[in-house]
Design a protein around this ligand. Structure first.
Ligand code: NAD
Length: 482
């Protein structure tokens, strides 16, 4: 039986590994240290990579049915331990119970669904004289680098496709949320052959070592756009494959014909789910001028009903900011609004003496397009509400960003909704819905929101080489006949 409250050890070569240098893990709702985990040395990383490389030999040759079976069994093991995973996730990440449930049960569903996926074999020609196929071979050792907002799900999005396609993996969780991932590694010791899945913990330097490591063939990274640039630069020296899932500044465009009362809660959660610490959160809300005041007031009224607090308390819907650095960053956005005299429709007053890193839900009333809160990604509960009048202008404003992760359009006139949606530059465009994800749906960013994608067959194949094999069936026969 796994003890989720203590003994957080790394997993390397199927064994528990610890070290003397430690990092603290905090509960963001109380600012208390809840555990100390190993800050891996370079040598410990080398050992994890070596064991992944050794395991790659037989794992890559195992029949796909075996790999599918073991990926499914990881899902089943998480499901059996769902309860302790959820409470640990709330403790280390801060998200309320419902959010932890969504993430843990989502991870289970993802592993089970991805375990049904096949790696395709394309037969391009098969004639009596010749056969040409393209198959997909694994890359080798994958380094997975994960952020703190969805620590389990975003690790699973990398683990499942990597293992299914025959790669082995070294996973590095964020130093802010290492605990659930360490327990996932511990669970996998009884499921997978040693070395197939390794978990190492450490700060950003460990990430840098991974991206430069000659024994790692691909980096699957989720995090900030700036960090993504570092990852790509460092990975270039060994020409590692990279999948980069980066930041977003998603626009939502609201047409004049919506049902305001019905829509306000949906738009609220589009922006504030996971305490707005969501790459795909609505981060700019463009409201048609004819309904601007009414929708703004409905959002304010709804927001007042939502409890911000310790995620461990049953009635909490929004938890704290996950870590102090992020808390300070969100405070800067609020200060910037105040300095420039932008009006808060709600919030803006932070109780800095609160027990945890809490920021109240903050709605900024029509700040200018060049304000920081519109241009940048706060990654916290502060949302600019913006007025629009002309369709062509709102589309241009929505696209006027280096980001291109997600976008949404809301309205009863489906023709207009589709027309506008079709012109948005984003990897996922939701029409009259938001935050709908699936293991079979490609997820990735346009522009500087990323390179490549996760999920779906497209995401799966990012863990493979394309290999074309041509066979001239006649050549030997011709020689024999001669
Ligand atoms: P971050 O970039 O600070 O850290 C992410 C991970 O990278 C951590 O594990 C960190 O230790 C590691 N890291 C830091 N510096 C590194 C370096 N130089 N080389 C290698 N690894 C390094 O991001 P974060 O603050 O943990 O997460 C928030 C960001 O992630 C936001 O910008 C958000 O939009 C983005 N995000 C994107 C997606 C997506 O799918 N597109 C999903 C979730 C979060």
């Amino acid at each position: 039986m796994i003890d989720f409250d203590t003994h957080y050890t790394m997993t390397s070569g199927g064994m528990a590994v610890a070290g003397r240098r430690k990092l603290a893990a905090w509960n963001p709702a109380t600012r208390q240290i809840i555990a100390r985990v190993t800050d891996a040395t370079r040598r410990q990383l080398d050992e994890a990579v070596d064991s992944a490389r050794i395991a790659f030999g037989s794992w890559s040759r195992a029949p796909i049915e075996r790999r599918q079976d073991l990926v499914r069994r990881i899902g089943e093991a998480i499901e059996r331990h769902a309860e302790p995973f959820m409470s640990l996730l709330t403790r280390e990440q801060g998200k309320p119970r419902a959010g932890s449930e969504w993430e843990i049960l989502g991870s289970v569903a993802w592993l089970k669904s991805m375990a049904t996926m096949e790696v395709p074999l394309e037969i391009l020609e098969d004639t009596p004289g010749r056969r040409v196929i393209t198959r997909h071979t694994p890359l080798g050792v994958v380094g997975a680098i994960v952020p703190w907002n969805f620590p389990v799900l975003l690790a699973v999005w990398k683990i499942a496709p990597a293992l299914l396609t025959g790669n082995t993996i070294v996973v590095k969780p964020s130093p802010f949320t290492p605990l659930c991932t360490l327990k996932l590694g511990e669970l996998c010791r009884d499921i997978l052959p040693p070395g197939v899945l390794n978990v190492v913990t450490g700060g950003d330097r460990l990430g840098k070592w991974m991206t430069a490591h000659p024994g790692i063939d691909k980096i699957a990274f989720t995090g900030h756009t700036d960090t993504g640039r570092h990852v790509m630069r460092s990975a270039a020296d060994t020409l590692k494959r990279v999948t980069l899932e980066l930041g977003g500044n998603d626009p939502a465009i609201v047409l004049p014909d919506v049902d305001i009362e019905d829509l306000a809660p949906k738009l609220f959660w589009a922006a504030f789910q996971n305490n707005a610490q969501f790459c795909n959160a609505t981060k700019r809300l463009y409201i048609h001028e004819s309904i601007y005041e009414r929708l703004r007031d409905a959002l304010v009224a709804y927001a007042r009903t939502v409890k911000v607090g310790d995620g461990a308390e049953a009635d909490t819907s929004i938890g704290p900011i996950q870590n102090e650095a992020q808390y300070r960053k969100v405070l800067e956005f609020i200060e910037d609004c105040r300095t420039h005299g932008y009006r808060f429709a709600l919030g803006g007053q932070v109780d800095r003496a609160a027990a945890g890193w809490f920021i109240p839900i903050t709605l900024v009333d029509d700040p200018p397009d060049n304000s920081r809160v519109v241009r940048e990604e706060p990654f916290g509960p502060i949302l600019p509400l913006l007025r629009w009048s002309k369709e062509s202008e709102v589309i241009a404003r929505a696209n006027d960003t280096e980001y291109g992760l997600g976008a949404s359009v809301w309205g009863r006139d489906l023709e207009a909704v589709e027309r506008i949606g079709g012109q948005l530059e984003a990897g996922t465009v939701w029409l009259n819905e938001v935050h709908q994800y699936s293991p079979f749906q490609a997820f990735g960013g346009h522009k500087q929101s990323g390179i490549g994608c996760e999920n779906s067959l497209h995401g799966l194949l990012e863990y493979t080489n394309h290999q074309t094999i041509t066979l001239n069936k006649g050549a030997i026969r011709e020689q024999e006949a001669a």
